[in-house]
Design a protein around this ligand. Structure first.
Ligand code: NAD
Ligand code: 0WE
Length: 260
């Protein structure tokens, strides 16, 4: 029996079979979890329904995290189909494209800052708040996805770095809030992976090559690497872990200097 047998999990952030959320959904299903999958808009509906069929679920619905009503509706839908929720995975990040080009000060503006923080950081707190009634008293787990740019400067990551810093702080505050009710909250800081969110980012290929040369494991990580860690962190095997950011990056963040 898998180590997530009997767990019910909502995965937010599926866009394609390259999505980190897809690696997470597959690992969680393999370990026995029952899944609900959401999609941002109707353009993604067909694709996500097909991914659901592959993972034995027809519980799919729209969830645009920019809309409060959408978040409420999603939890209502879950409440109708399930007696509660054990796992919520937040694998969502967005800033306007112009925010991820050029220098930090050249790129940043009030609107870009606001959208990046709303979609990439506030949405995690909003989902946690809306899911709280469904998750209370079940040894539940919340998980989000971060990146090194939260704690170190990375060329072109710009305002997303600030949003990820806020997201990582939210992990700690929400952990303190829901811990007494038995729910754990963690983040995975993943190394760079070629997903839709990485498409067209100038310098991304160079960053992949850099990690391959410099990281202790001399490789880039895959969505399966992230998925397996996600499944562990959301399982009772990780019953003593909360408020943490776990790096799944082939060790890249631990290196201070390289001769490569
Ligand atoms: P992806 O493009 O496959 O996933 C991003 C998801 O965010 C998409 O499914 C998209 O629909 C969703 N999204 C954006 N705005 C939304 C909204 N308003 N409402 C609902 N959903 C919305 O890319 P990914 O790389 O799998 O990204 C998933 C997470 O992983 C993000 O938080 C990203 O910052 C993080 N991450 C990615 C990498 C990487 O290199 N790919 C590394 C570390 C962390
Ligand atoms: O968090 C991310 C991706 C975030 C992202 C990507 C896009 C592209 C399309 C947010 N918003 C948008 N908006 C778009 O219009 N990552 C961790 C992947 C990533 O993105 C980078 C990286 C890495 C790594 C951008 C610059 C530098 C490095």
């Amino acid at each position: 029996m898998g180590f997530l047998a009997g767990k019910k999990a909502l995965i937010v952030g599926l866009a394609s079979t390259r999505s980190i959320a897809w690696g997470i959904a597959q690992a969680m299903r393999r370990e026995g979890a029952e899944l609900a999958l959401s999609y941002q808009n109707d353009k993604l509906q067909g694709r996500v329904e097909k991914m659901g069929a592959e993972l034995d679920t027809d519980l799919t619905f729209e969830l645009d995290v920019a809309a409060d009503a959408n978040i409420e509706q999603a939890m209502a839908t879950l409440g109708e189909r399930w007696d509660g929720l054990d796992i919520l995975v937040h694998s969502v990040g967005f800033a306007p494209r112009d925010q991820l080009e050029g220098g930090f000060l050249d790129a940043i503006n009030r609107k870009g800052f606001q959208i990046a923080h709303d979609i990439s950081a506030y949405s995690f707190a909003a989902l946690a708040k809306a899911a709280r009634p469904l998750m209370a008293g079940r040894n539940g787990a919340l998980l989000t996805l971060s990146y090194l740019g939260a704690v170190k400067s990375v060329p072109h990551y710009n305002v997303m770095g600030l949003a990820k810093a806020s997201l990582e702080s939210a992990v700690r505050f929400i952990a303190a809030d829901v811990g007494p009710g038995g729910t754990r909250v963690n983040g995975i800081s993943a190394g760079p992976i070629k997903t839709l969110a990485a498409a067209g980012i100038s310098g991304f290929r160079t960053m992949l090559h850099h990690v391959e040369k410099v990281s202790p494991l001399r490789k880039n990580v895959s969505i399966d690497d992230v998925g397996n860690t996600a499944a562990f962190l959301c399982s009772d095997l990780a019953a003593g872990i909360t408020g943490e950011i776990v790096y799944v990056d082939a060790g890249f963040n631990t290196v201070g200097m390289s001769l490569e």
